[in-house]
Design a protein around this ligand. Structure first.
Ligand SMILES: NC(=O)c1ccc[n+]([C@@H]2O[C@H](COP(=O)([O-])OP(=O)(O)OC[C@H]3O[C@@H](n4cnc5c(N)ncnc54)[C@H](O)[C@@H]3O)[C@@H](O)[C@H]2O)c1
Length: 361
């Protein structure tokens, strides 16, 4: 199969979808990989590394889309790429269709075959292609939140871990999934008091078992959230209902109950966000203020740490890329139910029921 690796053109997105090691393996199976020049630079891979692994380097994004039967990306195509996608071309990437009507319509119009990383799902319900990026984003959420609590960047002026004689900060984590647990772990490591919320008792029991005693659990409901936001320093949004829009757990009216300079990091922004006041932001302008509350809502948090993220992502995507390349998407989906769950659009036809539910078209 002819496989294309375009450069990511979303703001501050520096990951690349296939490493030279992946190109090497694909080449061994007689597939041809076309990599756009400089696509891997920010992740530490030169054109020469790709060439030596067997790739052909192409000068621009147009030539990559032109030649490829399958495009492998990291983030969803943005407007400049809509017209490049072709009928029948496989596009394997994160799409997050439920949060963008414009993208959904553009991909329907392109008649490409869209397989979304984020809905590939194992039998046990886990999302293997979301997990490593969630691990990165969860750890970053606390790191970023701690930074924006500093006064010069309009936070409350609190050192999350405190110091001897001064109590540490209070962190609320909404959602005890992969992001939530990693965020809580980092916050606990800094010495903060952490409360982690979920609606799944199974998750809460798990957190209770594995976390140190200064991480406590709470059932996620409006009453409990309203109670704790009054004294929180950092609130991390980490909920997910697979393929659907995130529930709004913090409404605008709740902001007036928070202390000025409280920081809210909405990691779930890529699914529409779990705060009513969430607006997607970029690494260039990551924060904004609403009612004295600092909001950090970067949609591609792992993009800021491409060295770590590219390796973490490609470790898990590569087996699926190889399977699609070897068998073609129809047979690969027929023989691998986890991959079949990722199939979102088949040449203009919506296959994923969550997109239909989101009422986007
Ligand atoms: N912004 C970024 O760069 C970035 C990066 C990675 C992941 N994400 C996003 O982070 C979000 C979380 O991902 P994840 O991998 O942790 O998902 P996950 O499925 O592992 O965890 C989600 C958790 O949310 C819980 N939940 C659902 N409804 C809830 C509610 N009303 N209250 C509290 N908890 C609730 C679920 O029970 C589950 O435990 C997703 O939207 C994902 O797309 C964003």
């Amino acid at each position: 199969m002819k496989i294309g690796v375009p450069i990511e053109i979303k703001n501050n997105e520096s990951r690349v979808s296939i490493t030279p090691a992946g190109v090497f393996e694909l080449s061994k199976s007689r597939h041809q990989v076309y990599v756009q020049t400089r696509a891997g630079l920010a992740s530490g891979f030169s054109d020469q590394d790709y060439r030596e692994a067997g790739a052909e380097i192409l000068p621009d994004i147009q030539s990559v889309y032109q030649v490829a039967e399958m495009i492998v990306k990291v983030k969803e195509p943005i407007e400049e790429e809509y017209s490049l996608a072709k009928k029948g071309q496989i596009i394997f990437t994160y799409f997050h269709f439920a949060s963008s009507q414009i993208l959904t319509q553009a991909m329907i119009d392109s008649k490409a075959v869209c397989i979304a990383y984020e809905t590939v799902q194992d039998e046990d319900g886990s999302l293997p292609l979301l997990t490593p990026m969630s691990e990165v984003a969860g750890r970053m959420a606390t790191q970023q939140g701690a930074k924006y609590l500093e006064k010069p960047i309009r936070g409350k002026g609190i050192l999350l871990g405190g110091v001897p004689g001064v109590t540490p900060g209070k962190v609320l984590v909404l959602g005890a999934g992969v992001v939530g647990i990693q965020a809580a772990k980092m916050a606990a490591g800094l010495g903060a008091h952490v409360i982690i919320f979920d609606i799944s008792m199974k998750r809460l029991r798990y957190v209770n078992d594995i976390m140190p005693s200064h991480v406590v659990t709470a059932f996620s409901n409006e009453y409990n959230i309203r109670k704790h936001i009054k004294t929180a320093d950092l609130i991390i949004g980490a909920v997910l209902i697979a393929g659907a829009k995130a529930p709004k757990l913090i409404t605008k009216d709740m902001l007036k109950d928070m202390q000025p300079g409280t920081v809210m990091v909405d990691v779930a922004v890529d699914q529409g966000g779990c705060f009513e006041t969430t607006q997607p932001t970029t690494h260039e302008n990551p924060t904004y203020i609403v009612d004295d509350v600092v909001h950090y809502c970067v949609t591609n948090m792992p993009g800021a740490v491409p060295y770590t993220s590219t390796l973490a992502l490609t470790n898990v995507t590569f087996p699926y890329i190889l399977e699609i390349a070897n068998k073609g998407w129809k047979e690969a989906c027929a023989s691998n139910p986890a991959l079949a769950k990722g199939l979102s659009l088949d040449e203009g036809k919506i296959v994923c029921k969550e997109i239909l539910k989101a009422d986007l078209v």
